[in-house]
Design a protein around this ligand. Structure first.
Ligand SMILES: Nc1ncnc2c1ncn2[C@@H]1O[C@H](COP(=O)(O)OP(=O)(O)OP(=O)(O)O)[C@@H](O)[C@H]1O
Length: 456
């Protein structure tokens, strides 16, 4: 067989490096070894690497795999086409999942099996070739079709979603303000985008504002813009989200998190259909279609004096409540199949279905994190999958069992665990919400909600 492909191997254990070099030299076109990642980026460039075999832990660092993750992202930044296979002494599923989510092609656990290591590197090399061909093809295709419906919304067959779909089809093409409610991860943002796509404004922008995530001091300038000199950092005139969304759709996510005193400013803009940039006196007309979303009970908040009734009245001309996944069980398996197809393609896996045990496990779980939880579970399963069918063991979900009293105890413990995990991550990342959200695998919004919930 023709020897091809350039493989770079980085590991600080020299005897291991020699063993791998001898093994791979007989199989690949060129093998380059490095005992430290210091010159990694320049070496990859100089030798034109196809695949990098990267150790997750270097003896100088802590054995947390962070150094490997760091180099993985540096390499992908420098050349997204290089395939990276991670070498780890720890059969740590979470680390492997994290690495693959950040673009690694696969991972091999030490002590390694020679045949498995070679097969994994060969698969990564083949992946690199087919990706670069697909990229060329994709570039050509994209130039002909500007819209991609690849990750579109799945409605499913449950009566609840069918009813909801009928409402959406009726109202999408009007300018009615829509309020979408539902638990975390039920697909509120996805539905907002679908409504925009079905509306006459579909060729204009849908601009999303995460109301829970804007610092109080920046609220007005983010939403309404500012003029030069309005405050110290205002060096130029700048439009806000309302103006950016003009002629299109403004999606106000987590509207229930908007502090009370700012609700009046939002109401004024919606009512007058105009905004005034901070530091200016001139009203600028804006033509927006408003969609808002929250997982909180706004009627209860109104009753508790936390949400303005007049604002609620304005934003919920049409109210759509998305049911939790546990109330649309007929949609679980079809959704899981959609996600499996997506992630098997992403991670170059051949699995294309679930065995009976996996189906039973999926249907027996109540999915408190809804579609997002299902999606993450299937992504992890696709990463871990070895065969053609996903098995129950590859679906890493926790069953909720036991009587009600036991469940309460379990929930409290889980909440405590969650609180301390978030608190720890916040401390580690110096309060940087984006970094914490990325580490914990949740959206900034979910993180924000939990920070509020746990008073962190
Ligand atoms: N009907 C659907 N079909 C396919 N994928 C979906 C559907 N609904 C949600 N998803 C996927 O589930 C994930 C969560 O969806 P989304 O962010 O819209 O939920 P959300 O209710 O806005 O969550 P949160 O309240 O936490 O912000 C996304 O990755 C989305 O792509």
């Amino acid at each position: 067989m023709k020897k091809e492909g350039t493989i770079v191997v980085v590991d600080d254990n020299r005897s291991m490096l020699t063993a791998v070099e001898i093994l791979l030299n007989g199989i690949f076109g060129k093998v380059v070894t490095l005992s430290s990642p210091n010159r990694l980026l320049s070496t990859l460039r100089e030798v034109g690497a196809d695949v990098l075999l990267l150790d997750m832990n270097f003896s100088s660092g802590i054995n947390s795999g962070n150094e490997g993750l760091y180099w993985l992202s540096e390499v992908k930044k420098a050349d997204p086409q290089i395939e990276v296979v991670l070498f780890t002494a720890y059969a740590d599923i979470d680390l492997a999942v994290k690495a693959m989510q950040r673009g690694a092609a696969d991972f091999v656990v030490k002590p390694w099996n020679n045949a498995k290591l070679v097969a994994t590197l060969q698969a990564a090399l083949a992946l690199r070739k087919s990706r670069s061909e697909a990229k060329q093809l994709g570039d050509i295709k994209r130039s002909f079709s500007p819209e991609s419906s690849e990750n579109g919304m799945f409605w499913g067959t449950s009566p609840a979603m069918q009813r909801l779909r009928a409402i959406v089809e009726k109202v999408a093409d009007t300018d009615a303000n829509i309020l979408i409610t539902g638990e975390n991860g039920t697909g509120k943002e996805m539905l907002a985008r679908e409504i925009h796509r079905l509306s006459a404004r579909k060729d204009e922008l849908i601009v999303t504002v995460d109301l829970g995530a804007i610092p109080e001091t920046l609220f007005e300038s983010e939403l309404f813009g500012h003029v030069k000199g309005a405050f110290t950092d205002a060096r130029t005139d700048r439009a806000g989200k309302f103006e950016a969304a003009s002629n299109g759709t403004l999606f106000l996510d987590e509207i229930g998190n908007l502090p009370y005193h700012q609700q009046a400013k939002l109401l004024t803009a919606i009512q007058s259909r105009s905004i005034v940039r901070v530091g200016s006196n001139t009203a600028i007309p804006v033509d927006i279609r408003l969609i808002s979303a929250t997982n909180r009970d706004l009627n209860r908040m109104v009753a508790a004096g936390e949400f303005r009734e007049d604002l609620l009245y304005r934003i919920n001309t049409i109210h759509i409540e998305i049911p939790p996944l546990s109330q649309r069980t007929e949609d679980i398996v079809p959704l899981a199949r959609i996600f499996l197809k997506r992630y098997a393609a992403k991670y170059g896996k051949t699995c294309d279905g679930f065995d009976d045990g996996a189906l039973e496990k999926m249907l027996g779980h109540d999915w408190p994190g809804n579609i997002r939880e299902l999606q993450h579970t299937i992504e992890k399963a696709a990463i871990m999958a070895d065969g053609d069918l996903i098995t129950a063991d590859e679906l890493l979900i926790s069953r909720r069992e036991g009587n009600a009293a036991e469940q309460t105890v379990a929930t409290t413990t889980l909440e405590e665990m969650e609180r301390s995990m978030i608190a720890g991550a916040l401390q580690r990342h110096g309060g940087n919400l984006s970094a914490v959200a990325a580490q914990l695998g949740v959206t900034r919004q979910t993180l924000y909600n939990k920070i509020k919930k746990y008073n962190l």
